[in-house]
Design a protein around this ligand. Structure first.
Ligand SMILES: [Cu+2]
Length: 354
């Protein structure tokens, strides 16, 4: 027996008796092993998930990779609150195990008749309050960060419609981009043309039609590197490292505007303007979805934001203003981000070194 375990056995034996303690510690060891294994698996899954930004990935555990300072803070908060939760859970499990082993009818035939213990009652009331206050302090700090609204470089108004989003660039003569979700049918039409599409699928209906379209379009999503149910016809763009104020409203029912990787979310209420802000520090495309159950096609109004370098943004904006949406789309699609992200990380590291 390891010295550490001996000490533990000694302590637990005080309450359990030697045999109970030894078997309990054995079972605790196997639980610890299982916990560690699960933890390592979760970390691996997290690492795998972290490589793909801007959207959920299969098997993901935890939050999407952070792309703004606010989301990084949310990650930190989420992580250590989780540690507190795990510690409390283990503590309660240990207490319950002690009660079940030490105080069952067989090992404790004559129960104590104690009903009150003022000291313990004060402790188990005050300690949880202190834990909650401690968490609350950091929770409020995070909340204030989300509502501090630094001076904006760009202000966009997002308007929810049943069932698509419009984004109006207030600083760019009200240039407006309307985004509709891409469907299987859109992908197929783009590939084979309207006439051929009509000939092939025109006589199908309902489930048969959706199934046929799903099957035929499946390889096209991978081919064009687009995410089904998240990709839109016209993405919007913002420059990297710009502070963006997003004013959110609705034309009809209540919708919800969010980009999880930005840590930004607010409701879109008709007749009102709500606001959120973000400062994206990574290039790439980031997806969100309508987050208030708004009706029939609630799931068909995603939000897609492409974070690009200022030069790309300027060219894209010029195309949007000229109403050349096809060109605008091509400008965004050709804005490679892998190398550029490395460049940003390098520049950041350089800045910190100085
Ligand atoms: Cu909606």
């Amino acid at each position: 027996m390891q010295p550490k375990q001996q000490a533990l056995t000694h302590i637990v034996a005080g309450t359990l008796g030697a045999d109970g303690a030894s078997s309990m510690i054995k079972s605790m060891r196997s639980w610890t092993f299982l916990g560690l294994t699960l933890g390592v698996l979760a970390l691996l899954a997290g690492a795998a998930a972290a490589q793909v930004g801007g959207q959920p990935v299969a098997g993901q555990i935890g939050l999407q990779q952070a792309a703004t300072p606010v989301m990084e803070e949310i990650h930190t908060f989420y992580d250590w609150v989780n540690y507190i939760i795990i510690a409390i859970t283990i503590f309660v499990m240990v207490l319950m195990a002690i009660v079940m082993i030490r105080f069952n009818r067989m090992s404790n035939p004559n129960p104590s008749t104690t009903t009150h213990n003022t000291f313990i009652e004060v402790v188990w009331t005050v300690v949880p309050v202190l834990i909650l206050v401690f968490i609350g302090i950091f929770s409020f700090k995070l909340l204030f960060l989300q509502y501090q609204y630094p001076k904006p470089d760009l202000t966009i108004k997002a308007t929810g419609n049943a069932w698509f989003w419009e984004h109006t660039y207030q600083d760019h003569d009200g240039a407006t981009v309307t985004s509709n979700m891409l469907t299987d049918a859109d992908m197929l039409k783009a590939k084979i043309g309207d006439d051929k599409f009509e000939a092939q699928y025109g006589n199908l209906e309902d489930t048969a039609l959706s199934q046929a379209l799903y099957k035929a379009a499946k390889p096209l999503w991978a081919e064009r590197k687009l995410s089904r149910q998240l990709a839109v016809d016209n993405e919007i763009a913002v420059p990297v490292n710009a502070v963006v104020h997003m004013l959110v409203t609705s034309n009809d029912v209540i919708h919800g505007w969010t980009i999880p990787a930005f840590g930004s979310k607010t409701q879109a209420v008709p007749g009102r303007i709500t606001a959120t802000w973000f400062k994206p520090t990574k290039l790439g495309v980031f997806y969100g979805q309508c987050s208030v159950l708004c009706g029939l096609k609630h799931s068909a109004m995603p939000i897609a934001i492409r974070v690009v370098e200022q030069g790309v943004f300027d060219r894209w904006m010029a195309a949007v203003k000229a109403d050349k949406m096809e060109d605008a789309g091509k400008i965004l699609a050709s804005a490679g981000n892998g190398d550029a992200n490395k460049k940003i990380a390098k520049a950041k590291a350089g800045a910190t070194a100085k």
